[in-house]
Design a protein around this ligand. Structure first.
Ligand code: FAQ
Length: 318
């Protein structure tokens, strides 16, 4: 293709983005747009499946049948979200095997939040309330993202996430209104998950290498800082209803900005966790690599069955 032709295609592409058209898998797109989407969508998918681990660990220890059923359904949903997202990324020309390889070798990231341990039952409440709460805020914005398959996956995912958030909040509500020991457990979970939840939105805008371009391409519809502020403003009143205290002495309503001011996030901790040195990074990766290796026979059996089926179909066609 000549330079002139590429320039024309780029102009048409930019015009489509400006018009809010959705970009579909067979449409022409700049290579950087494709790569940026593979990076974000696959990292999002990895977050979902790694995110199954802290909660999956509590299914057998849920305090009642009702709690167990709800938690089981939630963890299954997360697996499903991972699968929609891997499928969306595959439409951009990367294979699932390549994505798993990137995860297992540490080349691809996944959300920092899942490198913190879930120590008590109250953590199931805090994860649903805060982690899913943060995920919804991020993902509602992504329903309007410019790449069609990603935007459509987000619509369904958001519907399921809102159930996740409510089941977490309900656990917190029960504990916060329970015995003093239960309330303490809820407060302790909030203390441990508050700051890591704020980190889920990524570095500050002026330290985020990808935000400016992703906003131009309408991959991101809101910046990291805007989403973080929205999360804080939404969540503080929910903590008040629970009668729990947000562990931030600098948290204060700012009348002029109609939002909360908040304390400084520990960005050193954030980058340590992102670089693989969080409390559970090694454990999480070991669990995923083991699952991949132990599942090899299932993948082999599925492939052998698919080959047999297509052989039979070919024979019948002759
Ligand atoms: N953790 O320039 P930016 C969920 C990386 S789903 C780890 O700001 P970008 C559901 C970033 O990748 C949670 N790494 O990057 C659930 C980049 O590294 P790279 C996941 C992080 O992409 C609930 C570098 O830092 N949600 O929770 C993090 O424009 C409960 C520079 O950052 C999504 O993935 C982090 N927190 O913005 C499941 C949503 N933040 O690639 C189970 C979709 C940043 O250059 C249980 N993703 N990094 O090596 C996004 O919205 C964006 O990708 C951001 C980052 C906002 C995460």
């Amino acid at each position: 293709m000549s330079e002139e032709q590429i320039k024309n295609l780029e102009e048409q592409f930019e015009a489509r983005i400006l018009r809010d058209d959705k970009i579909e898998p067979k449409d022409w797109m700049p290579e950087k747009y494709r790569q940026t989407h593979i990076r974000q969508i696959s990292q999002h998918a990895h977050s979902e499946i790694v995110g199954m681990l802290p909660e999956g660990n509590w299914i057998t220890r849920a305090p009642s049948l009702r709690r167990k059923v709800a938690l089981l359904a939630k963890v299954q949903d997360e697996g499903g979200h991972g699968l929609y997202l891997y499928s969306a990324a595959e439409t951009l020309g990367i294979s699932r095997d390549e994505m798993f390889d990137q995860l297992h070798t540490g080349k691809a990231k996944y959300s920092s939040i899942f490198n913190y341990p879930a120590l008590t039952w109250a953590d199931m409440g805090a994860i649903g309330w805060l982690v899913d709460g943060a995920a919804i805020i991020n993902q509602v914005a992504l329903c309007g993202t410019s790449y069609g398959p990603y935007a459509r996956a987000m619509v369904r995912i958001c519907k399921e996430e809102s159930f996740h958030q409510r089941q977490g909040y309900e656990i917190m509500l029960k504990l916060a209104n329970g015995a003093p020991e239960q309330k303490d457990m809820a407060q302790d979970a909030l203390n441990r998950f508050w700051w890591p939840s704020l980190m889920m939105f990524g570095p500050k805008d002026d330290e985020s290498p990808h935000t400016a371009q992703s906003m131009k391409w309408k991959l991101k519809r809101k910046t990291n800082d805007d989403l973080r502020q929205q999360f804080i403003d939404q969540t503080v009143p929910q903590a008040d209803i629970l009668g729990l205290t947000i562990p931030d002495p600098d948290l204060k309503w700012n009348e002029a900005k109609q939002g909360y001011d908040f304390g400084e996030i520990d960005w050193d901790e954030f980058w340590q966790v992102v670089k693989g040195h969080g409390p559970c990074n090694k454990e999480r990766m070991k669990a995923r690599v083991n699952a991949w290796e132990n599942g090899a026979w299932v993948r082999d059996a599925a492939m052998a069955y698919a080959d047999k089926k297509s052989e039979l179909k070919n024979k019948q066609a002759v």
